[in-house]
Design a protein around this ligand. Structure first.
Ligand code: NAP
Length: 312
């Protein structure tokens, strides 16, 4: 199939492009950078240079490409993962997802694109017992930054799924790990954990769902080829409480054990969002993706055997 990828050079874009080429697809990839366009061309991808905020340029790129499918992986997130850097990036991230994404979606609609897939988020389900499913309500009443992101996510999903004449698929990914992510051994969170700056909050009962970036790429290509319109949670088989994954992660990194701080201290230092992530986050079920996309995610790399496996 001819597939147009927006966000082709990010943490997901890179393995996604490789996976699409591997599966024999004809790929056109959007970037703002002539240098990155050159790299894409060397990989066998047709580059399209445009800024997503330039609606005319995006429309021209899509008209030229004439793709059957569009995959949108646009984000504007920082390389560091702290409360401060995420707050600073939030307006840009919201804008690229809402305005930038709207330009790509409108161009796709005008260009007669059959199917449109978009990156979304697996960890915004309302807190509760058990794992969240695709139909579980989202956490509109969560802490401020989470609630704001829930609004953005629900808006981009609604817009996509209600666009007439396009098969919309929202792919709600878990926390990324693997090359180029915050949680890679050379990533920002690894650095914070080595310096004991990433604590377990309270009893560490927040449940995080994970997914390796290469598994994201595999699931995304499967959804492009054989998914049904709607929502898919793309996460691995084993959502984990913070106290479990963070302790194992520190061990994998050969770092000291993570410090533990009280909910009161976390509220004072990191605010309500830090407490939400640390104690209330709800894990997600990948049952639908396994059933319909034959998704077979790998185990979290730092849990394979923490007694012997260490980050290289
Ligand atoms: N679920 C999760 O855990 C999750 C989700 C998303 C991101 N993250 C984390 O966030 C960090 C950064 O993510 P990332 O690598 O995807 O971000 P990134 O490297 O900033 O990539 C963003 C993508 O969007 C494109 N883009 C951004 N602004 C654009 C614009 N105005 N016009 C056209 N294209 C534009 C970029 O293309 P060009 O720069 O080539 O133009 C790039 O392909 C990573 O550590 C990742 O793990 C985590």
């Amino acid at each position: 199939m001819k597939i147009f990828v927006a966000g082709a050079t990010g943490a997901i874009g890179r393995p996604l492009i490789a996976q699409l080429l591997d599966k024999g697809h004809d790929v056109v990839a959007l970037t703002r950078s002539p240098e990155r366009a050159q790299t894409l061309a060397q990989q066998g991808v047709e580059p399209a240079i445009a800024d997503v905020f330039d609606a005319d340029a995006v429309k021209a790129a899509l008209t030229r490409a004439q793709p059957e499918v569009v995959i949108e992986q646009l984000t504007a997130l920082p390389k560091t993962y702290t409360g401060e850097s995420m707050s600073a990036a939030a307006p840009f991230n919201r804008r690229i997802r809402l305005e930038g994404g709207a330009n790509v979606l409108a161009a796709a609609q005008a260009g007669g694109v059959r199917r449109y897939l978009r990156q979304s988020i697996a960890f915004w389900a309302v807190p509760g017992s058990g794992l969240a499913h695709e139909e579980t309500p989202l956490a509109f009443d969560a802490s401020p930054a989470v609630a704001a992101d829930v609004c953005t996510v629900s808006e981009i999903e609604r817009r996509l799924l209600e666009t007439p004449n396009i098969e919309g698929i929202a792919l709600r990914y878990g926390f990324f790990y693997g090359p180029g992510t915050w949680f890679a051994a050379d990533g920002d969170v690894a650095q914070q954990v080595r310096q004991q700056q990433f604590p377990i909050v309270g009893n560490g009962s927040g449940v995080w769902s994970w997914v390796h970036v290469e598994d994201v790429a595999i699931a995304t290509v499967a959804a492009a080829e054989q998914g049904n319109p709607g929502i898919y949670l793309i996460t691995n088989d084993r959502p984990l409480e913070v106290r479990v994954w963070l302790s194992a992660y520190a061990q994998w990194l050969n770092a000291p054990p993570p410090p533990q701080i009280s909910v009161e201290d976390a509220l004072r230092i990191g605010g309500a969002d830090a407490v939400y992530y640390g104690t209330q986050m709800r894990g997600a079920s990948n049952a639908k993706a396994k059933r319909e996309l034959n998704f077979q995610p790998r185990s979290l790399e730092w849990l394979v055997d923490t007694a012997v496996a260490h980050a290289s």
